[in-house]
Ligand binder design. Structure first.
Ligand code: ASP
Length: 345
């Protein structure tokens, strides 16, 4: 357990130093780096309404006009990939986005990619891209918690922070990054932990750190869809209705957001064990954001029941890894290795 805590401390320090060093990057020499912006929507592209605002309404062109300082740090061009609240992100958009990012990087024309994105599922998009992008050039997702037309909009500052970060040499060969509240987080650790604060992202502990040029073996080029994987949320007195529904719908994998250390009530555990026998891949994760789920020292015998322990991955990140793993293998030991190391080893 000790090495996990140490890794968390190291990672947090790295993120802080990296973010701090970005604040100091006020001058650059030589030709400006080229950054391609892929706009997907979110509150950073939000427009106020009578009750609050609608995400994904303002064009990237308008958003960029509010931050003319960006041009001091990079030569920018942009595309409006979609304009949605990230609650409407889905597997199909993730596949297209990963293909597009790989295509832009392979063109060799750009030094970095910046993706504007909603914060609700930013950590999932970042994690998906981190496992499917194969070029070390920096990729960063940038969000905001206040709409573009708010008088105290936070999007412009986050954009500036992100651009200053990705043009630095230290940004190459890292994980996909997320920028919010003027801070940078990396894909494995990032998670949203506040529904309203402008500092809504945080970092959890991670078992492995995987720059996006690491050889995960997950390629999206020839994929038209991802295997169906669902998440079942557990709670005191939960029934098996949701789990049964996923099984009956033919889902290939199911992630259990268990209580505490990934624990499951007896009915859930029995049905999940039966599903394993019928060929469904079951990952046991937890609704608790810190500490992870491991077979060793826990209450559930994953080996005997055929479950996969999620390690430090949240249910939503476990879902993404399981979907991608199922595109390359059906072998439980190989999939366990992905959960333990991020790669097959
Ligand atoms: N619902 C918005 C989204 O995720 C919230 C945000 O961007 O902060 O697109």
């Amino acid at each position: 357990m000790k090495h996990r805590l140490q890794f968390f401390a190291f990672l947090t320090l790295t993120v802080m130093l990296f973010a701090t060093s970005c604040q100091k990057n006020e001058t650059l020499s030589g030709p400006l780096p080229k950054v391609h912006i892929i706009a997907t929507g979110g509150t950073i592209a939000g427009a106020s309404t009578d009750i609050g605002y609608d995400a994904g309404k303002v064009s990237i062109e308008t958003i960029l006009q509010a931050v003319p300082e960006l041009k001091q740090y990079a030569e920018l061009d942009y595309e409006q990939f979609c304009n949605i609240g990230s609650q409407d992100m889905n597997d199909s958009i993730w596949l297209s986005l990963a293909k597009r990012v790989n295509q832009v990087l392979e063109s060799g024309k750009y030094d970095a990619i910046l993706i504007t994105h909603g914060t609700d599922v930013m950590e999932e998009t970042a994690f998906f891209l981190n496992l499917t992008i194969h070029d070390p050039k920096p990729v960063i997702l940038v969000g905001a918690m206040r709409p573009a037309d708010a008088e105290d909009a936070d999007g412009p500052y986050n954009l500036l922070t992100a651009v200053k970060a990705i043009v630095r040499p230290e940004a190459v060969g890292r994980e996909v990054m997320c920028c919010l509240g003027g801070k940078i987080y990396e894909a494995g650790a990032a998670f949203k932990n506040d529904t309203h604060s402008i500092d809504a992202l945080s970092a959890t502990s991670v078992d492995w750190y995987l720059p996006h040029n690491a050889n995960t073996g997950f390629y999206t080029d020839n994929l038209e869809e991802l295997p169906e994987v669902g998440i079942v949320y557990c709670y005191g007195s939960n029934s098996t209705v949701a789990l049964e529904a996923f099984i009956n719908a033919g889902y290939k994998g199911i992630v259990l957001a268990g209580v505490g250390d990934g624990n499951l009530n007896q009915e859930t555990l029995d049905l999940a064990a039966q599903a394993v026998k019928n060929g469904v891949m079951i990952v046991r994760s937890s609704r608790i954001p810190f500490g992870g789920v491991y077979t060793e020292g826990g209450e559930v015998d994953d080996e005997k029941l055929g479950f996969i322990a999620s390690g430090s991955l949240s249910p939503q990140k476990s879902r993404i890894l399981l979907m991608l793993a199922l595109t390359v293998t059906q072998d439980i030991d190989t999939i366990r290795s992905y959960f333990q190391n991020g790669v097959y080893r």
